[in-house]
Design a protein around this ligand. Sequence first.
Ligand SMILES: [Zn+2]
Ligand SMILES: [Zn+2]
Length: 236
Amino acid sequence: MGTWQDIFAAKIADMHLTEPWMLQEDDSLQVHVLKPGWKEFVQRRALGRFQCSQCFREWSSAKVHILFHMCRRQGQGTVRMRVFRQECRRCSDPRLEEPEFSQETMERLLHNLVLKILKYFYHLPTQPSDLLEVVVDHTTLGVGPHDSARCEGCQLGVCSESRLVPALDAWEPLMDADKARTHRTLKRQGVRPYATPTHHPSPFNSNFVWKRCCCIVSSLLCVLAALIFVLLYFTK
Ligand SMILES: [Zn+2]
Ligand SMILES: [Zn+2]
């Protein structure tokens, strides 16, 4: 399994970026604390596995938070990355434990990161739908609700945005907060008109009217035929 740096280098090469970019892990990174020229990208729903270093209990979380700060200067780029830890629920004096990720999750996280780099520093248009879901198959893992009290990221304000807006989707691609909001509103605007039956009745109605017309015309024809029959019968 590759390291974060190996996978990141491969992703940068895949996207045909020739400028050098490097990725550093930095546990001092703070959410929304950026120097001029730096950009932030937060992914709040990655799937990771933890193990308590004291009682050895294992747990999975589909809401591991990862913070990226990135900057491009003089033809080279730097990304700082912080993976937020979680505490064991069983221990009374727990330590913050680091998560482990599958290769696939790491690839998806870094794919999304590189898309952000292309957008922010090379002005290449990217769609929210280009971002890959970083929760892979969490339904089979029996992941419970997110325990914010034992999550380092939540304690440092990573989740404050998502707490204000109720989660409408089972999953949302993780973008910077304002992007996420526009994505949600777009989604809402996009879905609702189709869901409300304002457009559908018209074909249904015209069909209904047409059927009714046919009914009336055929009954009129029947009456006419009966009249003609009676007239012919009596004129004979
Ligand atoms: Zn424990
Ligand atoms: Zn959290």
